[in-house]
Design a protein around this ligand. Structure first.
Ligand code: OOG
Ligand code: NI
Length: 458
């Protein structure tokens, strides 16, 4: 039974996210530089855009902005995925969404672990994009067997972490000391290892198959490969990065720049090669990178379908993967195609393209119970008794994720896989179903409407 002696899972997640950020900053100094740049930019944007500041104040996002970040890991086996699901469960994180990356030539499928309720997200919006390697896509049977054997030998969790997961599941939570110990132990799974578990030649063979396969199979654990802070203006940060000695990828993934941001825009920079001791020789491996993101309003199925259609149309017209040489044309095509996507919250709401949150205003509360108080939500909005704010997108985008993967693996790493999406197999490995993100947005929207009508007694 959960008891008052237990630390809330949301607080554990908050503590874990802070510990992870501190570890990554120590290990990857460029992450610290990027955090500083993002914080500086966010302050400037909030000063320059009072309407945006008000909106973020209203939704509470302003308080979570500084602690907002996501990370990513890549796992090797079904058992690792099932256990990581339990580990994140202790922190109140659930698997949301299914992402198939094979169409983009990346041999993984993925989910995002995150908090699902708006109150929990407010305490800590930390998320982890978690991928499972699809070993069956390694064509060479000897190499496949070698990879499977290497993965079967490793144990990516500390014995103490496993014991504490078990304990949290049995007791319904952890007390303060155990929660602190859990954070320390869980962190070990995500740490970088300077030594590989394979020879230099074996590493090379794995890497020749796909760099991502080497990244997963050749190491003791699934090192966190990036941590991404949230910026309020990704174009400003992208433009300022070279001045800080950081070279971003050529194109920002996701929708083009707009007055009213939708979904998610992301850009990353490639990390340096890092020295690695193979079991027989010295060498290097490059896996860890930096990324920034800007989040906009979550789209309904109708809005998402429009987004996908416009994105595909722009990409089809480009006729190639966006890269350094066609970046300008790609961005121009995106601007052009996205002209038809309304860039105004009221229009998006009228057309049912996006999710929103509803808040009773001071004026509405004062008019509560009065004879001429409006009774319907639309009338309340028109009368200024209810404010409407965009509901922020909390998830990822498969085409963008593929672009982020590719930019860090090098274009040479593109492969073509015949295999297609296999959500059932992923969920079998996970040990449960993934949640549908659209249902979650719908629920949050509905709760805010209900709370609003209740507060106004309308
Ligand atoms: C994950 C890449 C995807 C994102 O933000 O879309 C990602 C990885 O490289 O493991 O992090
Ligand atoms: Ni990312």
């Amino acid at each position: 039974m959960p008891s008052s002696l237990h630390v809330s899972p949301d607080e554990i997640r908050k503590g874990f996210s802070q510990a992870m950020s501190a570890m990554y900053r120590d290990e990857v100094p460029l992450y610290g530089a990027l955090m500083a740049l993002v914080a500086e930019t966010n302050t400037r944007v909030l000063d320059a855009e009072p309407d945006l500041a008000r909106q973020l104040q209203r939704t509470g996002e302003i308080q979570r902005l500084d602690m907002e970040r996501h990370g990513a890991i890549r796992l090797g086996t079904a058992a690792e995925l099932a256990t990581i699901c339990r580990l994140f469960g202790v922190m109140g994180m659930q698997p949301v969404g299914y992402y198939d990356l094979t169409p983009a030539g990346v041999p993984v499928h993925s989910t995002a672990f995150r908090a699902v309720h708006e109150d929990a997200l407010q305490t800590s919006p930390f998320r982890v994009f978690t991928s499972l390697l699809r070993l069956e896509l390694i064509e060479n049977p000897d190499l496949r067997a070698f990879a499977a054997a290497a993965l079967a030998k490793r144990s990516i969790f500390t014995p103490r972490a496993l014991a504490l997961i078990e304990q949290a599941e049995q007791d319904g939570g952890l007390n303060t000391d155990d929660a602190a110990e859990f954070i320390r132990q869980a962190l070990e799974t995500f740490r970088w290892h300077h030594t590989a578990t394979v020879t230099a030649a074996q590493y090379q063979q794995l890497s020749d198959q796909h760099r991502l396969i080497a990244d997963v199979v050749a190491f003791k654990g699934p090192h966190i490969n990036h941590l991404t802070p949230r910026t309020l203006d990704i174009d400003q940060v992208q433009a300022a990065m070279p001045g800080k000695g950081i070279t971003p990828k050529a194109v920002i993934e996701g929708p083009p720049r707009r007055q009213c941001p939708i979904l998610l825009r992301q850009t990353s920079f490639k990390a340096l090669d890092e020295a690695i001791a193979f079991t027989d020789a010295r060498g290097s491996h490059s896996a860890r990178f930096g990324e920034i993101e800007q989040r906009g309003v979550a789209l309904t199925p109708k809005g998402r379908a429009l987004y996908d259609r416009l994105l595909n149309a722009a990409r089809d017209e480009l006729g190639a993967f966006p890269n350094d040489t066609n970046a300008a044309r790609y961005m121009q095509l995106m601007e052009q195609h996205f002209q038809v996507f309304p860039d105004n919250h009221a229009h998006m709401r009228e057309q049912g393209l996006a999710y929103f949150r509803y808040f009773a205003t001071e004026k509405g509360l004062l008019a509560r119970g009065s004879a001429n108080q409006p009774r319907t939500l639309e009338a309340l909005i028109a009368a200024g008794h209810v404010d409407v704010e965009p509901l922020v997108y909390e998830d990822f985008l498969p085409v963008s994720a593929a672009g982020i993967f590719q930019s860090n693996l090098g274009d040479a790493a593109q492969s073509h896989y015949a295999a297609n999406s296999n959500q059932a197999e992923f969920e079998q490995a996970l040990g449960r179903k993934t949640l549908d993100e659209l249902t979650l947005y719908d629920e949050t929207q509905q709760r805010s409407m209900d709370e609003c009508m209740e507060a106004l007694n309308a």
